[in-house]
Design a protein around this ligand. Structure first.
Ligand code: SF4
Length: 473
C-alpha cells in the first residue's frame, strides 16, 4: 500500500512556487509590502493535524506576500481549516464561514478559501459551491500545496474552484509558519487504514503514508536549532509509522533516533492505536529520558461487543494487557484515553463495562464524547440508536467517576519537584504561567513571562480534577 505513495517536492517551475511568486510580485507592483501587505487570517478547527496543516497554509500565505493578522476583518485572505469528526464541528465551520460574508461585502478583493476534512467530502464541497457564493475555493486535505495556485486564480480571474483530488501524495518542502517557537508539531505520517466503523478520517485523510525518516530527522534538527523545546510527533495512528515503507523505520526506532539528537528538548507523540502498540514502543517510551512519560491510548469502550462493532480490532483484555506491560516498564506513566458513549446498540451492561475499565485502568484524564453519526461510515447505518437522554445520562455518570479518579491521580504529584515547560502566560492573570510535564494536566504557577519557552522546576502544592498548582523552586 505504502510503496505507491508519491513523495514529491513543491513544484518550482510552473507550479505552486511560481504561483506564489506571481502573487507576491503582483503585491509588490502595487506597493502592498511590509505593513501595507494584505493580511491573512486562518481559522483552524479540529485536531493537532489540522493545526500543523494550518502552519503550512500560513507558510504559503507568507510566501505569497501576505502578513498574519489577528482579526478576520483586517484580512484579505481568509482560510477556514475544517474538521469533520462530529456533526458539531461541521456546524461550527459553516457558522464561521457565514460570519466572513460581511468581510467580502465590505472588501470585495478579499479571497475566502475553505480546506480540511469537511470539504474533502463531496457533499460538503458542493454545499459551499451552491450556498456560499462568496467562497472562492475549497481544497481537500491532500491539496494544501495547491493554495498559491487557487489564490492566484481567484485574484486574477475571480474564478471559483472546488478541489477534491483523491490523490494523497506527501508533499515535502512546504514553508511552515509556526504558532509557537518552543512547542512544535512534527507530522510523521498521514491517513489511516483502520476504518473504525464510526470514523470519517479514513475517508477524508486517505490511506496511511509515512514520511521518509531522513525528512523527519532533518526537520527535527531544524526545529531544535530554531529553539523548539517540545516536539510532538503527529499521525492519525503513529504506531503504524513506516508500515510497508522501505525508507522509514518504525515509531520506536524513529523516536530513539530523534532522542539521540543533541539539544535540551522533549518528545511527545499522538495518536496511538492499541492494536499497533508494540513492546518495542513501550520500552522506548520507558527508557528514553526525552520522551514525556504521558501515553495517550484511545480505548473508546470497555465492552468487547461494542469494540467488535466499532471494528477496533482489539478486546478489552488485550488493551488491559498493554496497560499492564506499560505500567510494569514505567510505573508512574500518565495515561489518557478517548471514550465514546452511546454507540449504536450500546446496552447498560456495555456501558457498565466501560465504567469498570475506568475503575481498573485509573486514567489520569479522558476525552469523552457522545456518539455522532458520520455520513458514509458503517456505524451511521447501524440499528439500535441510543436515545439522546440515555447517552447524556451515561455521559454524566462517566464524567463523575472520572473526575474522582483524575483528582486521585493528580494528588500523587503533590509535594513533588517536577520539570515543566513553561508554555504560556495565564489569560486571566499575567503573573501566572501554565506549564506542562509528565502529568496529563497543566500546572499553574506564579512566574515571569520571560520564562515562557524554558524548562523550569516547580514544586506541586495542590490539585483538582482538571489542573494542578505549584510554586517555582
Ligand atoms: S484509528 Fe480509527 S478512530 Fe483513529 S483515525 Fe483511524 S479510523 Fe479513525
Amino acid at each position: 500500500m505504502q510503496d505507491n505513495t508519491k513523495i514529491t517536492e513543491m513544484e518550482t517551475e510552473g507550479g505552486e512556487l511560481d504561483a506564489a511568486r506571481a502573487v507576491r510580485a503582483d503585491f509588490a507592483a502595487r506597493s502592498l509590502v511590509g505593513d501595507k501587505a494584505p493580511g491573512y487570517y486562518i481559522q483552524t478547527l479540529g485536531c493537532q493535524q489540522n493545526e500543523a496543516d494550518s502552519e503550512r497554509l500560513a507558510g504559503l500565505a507568507e510566501l505569497m506576500g501576505y502578513r498574519r493578522v489577528c482579526d478576520p476583518n483586517d484580512a484579505r485572505l481568509i482560510l477556514v481549516n475544517t474538521c469533520a469528526i462530529r456533526e458539531h464541528a461541521e456546524a461550527r465551520a459553516l457558522s464561521f464561514i457565514g460570519e466572513y460574508k460581511h468581510v467580502r461585502e465590505e472588501h470585495p478583493d478579499t479571497v475566502i478559501g475553505v480546506g480540511g476534512c469537511m470539504v474533502t467530502q463531496r457533499h460538503r464541497a458542493d454545499k459551499l459551491k451552491m450556498s456560499y457564493p462568496y467562497v472562492n475555493f475549497t481544497f481537500d486535505t491532500g491539496a494544501l500545496h495547491k493554495l498559491p495556485f487557487l489564490v492566484k486564480q481567484a485574484i486574477e480571474k475571480g474564478s471559483r474552484r472546488f478541489v477534491i483530488s483523491d490523490e494523497y501524495d506527501i508533499v515535502e518542502g512546504l514553508p511552515v509558519s509556526r504558532t509557537s517557537k518552543h512547542s512544535a508539531w512534527l507530522p510523521i505520517m498521514y491517513g489511516c487504514n483502520n476504518f473504525c466503523s464510526y470514523c470519517i478520517v479514513p475517508y477524508v485523510r486517505g490511506r496511511e503514508r509515512s514520511r521518509r525518516e531522513e525528512d523527519i530527522l532533518n526537520e527535527a534538527e531544524l526545529l531544535i536549532a530554531d529553539g523548539a523545546r517540545e516536539i510532538t510527533l503527529l499521525g492519525q495512528n503513529v504506531n503504524s509509522y513506516g508500515n510497508g515503507a522501505e525508507d522509514s523505520s518504525n515509531i520506536a526506532e524513529l523516536m530513539r533516533k530523534i532522542c539521540a539528537l543533541d539539544g535540551d528538548f522533549r518528545l511527545r507523540f499522538m495518536t496511538s492505536h492499541p492494536k499497533d502498540a508494540s513492546d518495542e514502543l513501550l520500552r522506548a517510551v520507558a527508557e528514553e529520558e526525552k520522551i514525556v512519560k504521558h501515553f495517550h491510548l484511545p480505548v473508546q469502550s470497555g465492552s468487547d461487543d461494542v469494540l467488535r462493532r466499532m471494528n477496533r480490532k482489539y478486546t478489552s483484555g488485550h488493551y488491559l494487557g498493554i496497560v499492564e506491560k506499560l505500567r510494569a516498564l514505567c510505573p508512574d506513566i500518565s495515561l489518557t484515553t478517548d471514550i465514546i458513549v452511546g454507540f449504536p446498540g450500546e446496552t447498560e451492561e456495555d456501558f457498565e463495562a466501560t465504567l469498570e475499565l475506568l475503575r481498573r485502568v485509573r486514567y489520569d484524564m479522558i476525552f469523552s464524547f457522545i456518539y455522532s453519526p458520520r455520513k458514509g461510515t458503517p456505524a451511521a447505518e447501524m440499528e439500535g440508536a441510543v436515545p439522546a437522554e440515555v447517552s447524556k445520562e451515561r455521559f454524566a455518570r462517566l464524567t463523575t467517576l472520572q473526575d474522582e479518579i483524575s483528582r486521585e491521580r493528580n494528588e500523587r504529584f503533590i509535594g513533588r519537584k517536577v520539570r515543566l515547560l513553561a508554555g504560556e502566560v495565564s489569560k486571566n492573570d499575567s503573573n501566572m504561567l501554565t506549564g506542562r510535564g509528565d502529568m496529563a494536566r497543566p500546572v499553574h504557577f506564579a512566574g515571569d513571562a520571560s520564562l515562557v519557552g524554558s524548562f523550569v522546576n516547580v514544586k506541586i502544592t495542590s490539585c483538582g480534577a482538571y489542573n494542578l498548582e505549584g510554586e517555582l523552586i
